[in-house]
Design a protein around this ligand. Structure first.
Ligand code: PMP
Ligand code: GLN
Length: 381
């Protein structure tokens, strides 16, 4: 028998893969993994096909198709007022996942501490550990998941190399305020701490909230790698195209790793995104579109025993199940799926130290009929 020593012996299959497989096996309505069940703009599909017919079928430049990097740089300036050079400050990656992987691998050295806010997205901790870093957690606590800045200050040590932030936040749907960003800036002032900011839901904020990108804050921008994804903005999660923006000294290191992770991303898709991003850099209709989905889901589930928590952004809604069960969220998620035919994500999958609250995460990036059918089942629980 071949002996294989795992580098991540305690990490199982991603909760998203697990829940989607279970949903398919049980014929449940899948509100677990975050992806739309409606299609992207057919004109975007046509633009990719056109790029293929036009012969954009070989390797792109290693950091990305120039027209796309220029469109990203222009968008960053337009949306966040941050000057950005397409040459040396932008890299196109295979989704935000590969951007985060290249960034953390490039910047975390063995023994470094990486400050994370839990609950946190599932890819962060394994990658920190693969790089020999030590995750240090600050809790965002049920039910408002606000940042306790005193706890952040207390968690900083001389070994803190990096702080990983995520706003709008998966899985809680909270968004950071301008005051949060100022607190963050004050904490890192005078240190060499790098900020990695996962902003994949940058265009999905509700009730006229403004996205507080770290790119708006020059003192943060100069020490930050910002990661985003076209999957969320263009309803194309399966295309796996994202990007990182960082000042040249940081970008040089991220690119050094990126070239050996994916090297270059699918060329025709980059050509098409360049066209679409230039046309509508602010994704003007997206927030309204998802706000209507959120409100529809809330009104459809209002007669149920599930109680919604505030959702300020992302396409995830947390529902509190404490009126229904006192069990742990994993068992409730399993029971909901097998007995009532609705798949959701237990928030504890995003936790390492805390136990979390009695909540499940539901993705509302779904057609009306999907939300109606799911809400019908949830109302009978
Ligand atoms: N970060 C967060 C917070 C996410 O929710 C996701 C995925 N949905 C990702 C990163 C990964 O994005 P991508 O699919 O572009 O790799
Ligand atoms: N980000 C999506 C979610 O949170 C799923 C991504 C994945 O399946 N890895 O559900």
């Amino acid at each position: 028998m071949l002996q294989v020593t795992s580098k991540l012996p305690d990490i199982g299959t991603s909760i998203f893969a697990v829940m989607t497989r279970l949903a398919n096996e049980h014929g449940a309505i899948n509100l677990s993994q975050g992806f739309p069940d409606f299609d992207c703009d057919p004109a975007l599909v046509e633009a990719v096909a056109r790029a293929m017919r036009d012969g954009h079928n070989q390797y792109a430049p290693m950091p990305g198709v120039l027209a796309l990097r220029e469109a990203i740089a222009a968008k960053v300036t337009r949306c966040y007022g941050a000057p950005c050079d397409a040459d040396g400050e932008v890299v196109v990656t295979s989704g935000a996942t590969a951007g985060l992987y290249a960034t953390l691998t490039a910047l975390v050295q063995p023994g470094d501490e990486v400050l994370l806010f839990e609950p946190c997205y599932d890819s962060y901790v394994p990658v920190v550990r693969l790089s020999g870093g030590t995750p240090v957690f600050v809790s965002l606590r049920y039910p408002d998941y606000a940042v306790d800045w005193d706890a952040v200050r207390a968690a900083i040590t001389p070994r803190t190399r990096l702080i990983l932030v995520n706003t709008p936040h998966n899985p809680t749907g909270t968004v950071w305020s301008a005051d949060d960003m100022r607190q963050l800036a004050a904490i890192v002032d005078g240190t060499d701490i790098v900020i990695v900011s996962d902003e994949v839901y940058e265009h999905i904020l509700f009730d006229l909230r403004r996205h507080e990108s770290v790119l708006r804050y020059p003192e943060l921008r100069r020490r930050a790698v910002v990661v985003s994804s076209f999957g969320k903005t263009f309803h194309t999660t399966g295309w796996k195209v994202g990007y990182c923006v960082a000042p040249p000294p940081l970008m040089a290191e991220v690119t050094r790793v990126h070239q050996f992770v994916t090297f270059t991303v699918h060329t025709p898709t980059q050509v098409a995104f360049a066209e679409f991003l230039t046309r509508d850099p602010e994704a003007t209709a997206l927030a309204g579109f998802y706000q209507a989905r959120r409100d529809r889901f809330l009104s459809l589930t209002s007669g149920s025993r599930f109680v919604p928590l505030a959702c300020a952004g992302t396409y995830f809604q947390l529902l509190d199940y404490s009126a229904i069960s006192q069990d742990a969220d994993r068992s409730v998620a399993e029971w909901l799926l097998t007995t009532h035919g609705v798949a959701a994500i237990p928030v504890s999958a995003f936790l390492y130290r805390d136990t979390g609250g009695p909540v499940l995460r539901f993705c509302f990036a779904k057609k009306d009929e999907t939300l109606e059918a799911a809400a019908g089942r949830l109302s009978r629980v």
